[in-house]
Write a protein that binds this ligand. Sequence first.
Ligand SMILES: [Mg+2]
Length: 197
Amino acid sequence: MKSLLNEFQSDKSWSIFLDRDGVINSRYKDEIIDTPEKFKFIDGVKESIAYFSEVFKKIIIVTNQQGIGKGLFKEEDLEKIHAKMLAEIDHNGGRIDKVYYCPALKEKNSFYHKPMPGMALLAKKDFPEINFRKSVMVGDALSDMRFGKSMKMVTVLLRAPRKTVLNNHTLIDYAFKNLFEFKVFLEKQTIESQNSR
Ligand SMILES: [Mg+2]
């Protein structure tokens, strides 16, 4: 495993970008999450985000939501889902600075559909203090890794088979089972770097 995150400082000079489906909430293949009731947090996510809130400058969600483009649900439905998500995160001591979503269909080749970098650039426009070289992208798909790498971020892949990780080592800097496992890694490293000062 590389040691890119050795440069990570818990002084809030770094930012974190999170994919949504498969990172924050569980989503089984082709499952349509169109109501707040269908949105289920993965175990450990809320406390991970509470920790990230202490150590990251900005916490941004970037999510492709093609279901809107397909006409399966509306932007109002997505906003209700996100309102519930943000309320629960807040209730557990965490924060999300902004959620960006791309409703376009993959076939439309939108500049805002990951792996294209549009949503990262929107975040930089809203929060000029974000430094992509001091940012982490966490996702469960290679398109998330491509999105992160195109902006020179450190990339973290979750839930991936070992073979995928080995075959894509230029795209993936770190791999963990879930967000909580990454949080534990980061916390441990932060403590170690403090002790070595
Ligand atoms: Mg995903």
